[in-house]
Design a protein around this ligand. Sequence first.
Ligand code: 13P
Ligand code: SF4
Length: 340
Amino acid sequence: MSSQPLPMAPEPGSDPAAVAELQAEVRALAKARDAVILAHNYQVPEVQDVADYVGDSLGLSQQAAQVENPVIAFCGVHFMAETASILAPEKTVLLPDLDAGCSLADSISAPQLEQWQQRYPNAITVMYVNTTAAIKALTDYCCTSSNAVAVVNHIIAEHGPDVEICFGPDMFLGAYVQKITGHQPMHIWDGECHVHAGIRPDDITRVRGEHPGADFLIHPECGCVTSVMEYVAAGDVDAEGVQMLSTGGMLGYAEQAAAEGSKRDVIVATEVGMLYPLQQAAPDVNFIPANAEASCRYMKMITLEKLRDTLRDGSGEVKVEPGIAELARVPIERMVSINP
Ligand code: 13P
Ligand code: SF4
């Protein structure tokens, strides 16, 4: 694993009056185009605040399929906009910056997946939604961080305990799913998200020392997942206070903590954009980033200015070729039909 510094996203400049003016312009343009604005939890606060819906990968896919507006302005990264287009082919999906990619989606190509499948011809392929449409078109089941365990358990229930599974592209999520399900005939691709992989066991050791007794919320893509599970197994960390959650699951935790009036310390291991919706949901809880440098430069490419331009000009359309979209829809719909 590389110990290189994380590629940092630049700090957004924020003159509150200019931000408010741009937000008003964005809302007016969205109304004029009958567009819905969807934003991922890692988006910058001023973009989250102007969105109709903010959520995790699964929630955003569900919204894309459900909303009635003919236009979706997608504030997230390219594979998410592709997923929206696959699920809602009749809608126009606009991405404010077409270069907003994802290091995890880039960690497997269609020819690589085909070669892998040829090595294990009987295996069922499960791919995280952080993949291109071309990968999804070769996949049996998609999953997100909130339902990966449920998807693998569903496959085991359907095909029996010996079913062989090719799981990718995230190796930390794969290791986590294998540990929880105990499923051995599972091949795991060695891809990673550069942001989450950079949240290392050392970060957890340091921040645990600074905040003894804190709860842990850990995204299963993180490079520290295995070591936290080891801490729990060794009894060094109380299992009760550790939760492996998608970003949507983290928000559910915050809402619950707020309802209980909690003021506890909570260490959050994921992309730092998540701190904003968490703090809004539970203002009295002390959320502490496990690694304050874990910022996704792709997510931060989406700015209010670019969102305004996209809505004004109808630019940045993401459209998946119909033949690929038809194949890619199958594993996504299989995933959505499995209730975790
Ligand atoms: P979720 O929002 O589904 O937890 O995914 C996190 C992520 O890394 C998206 O890029
Ligand atoms: Fe991709 Fe990681 Fe950024 Fe999510 S945080 S979009 S997985 S690079």
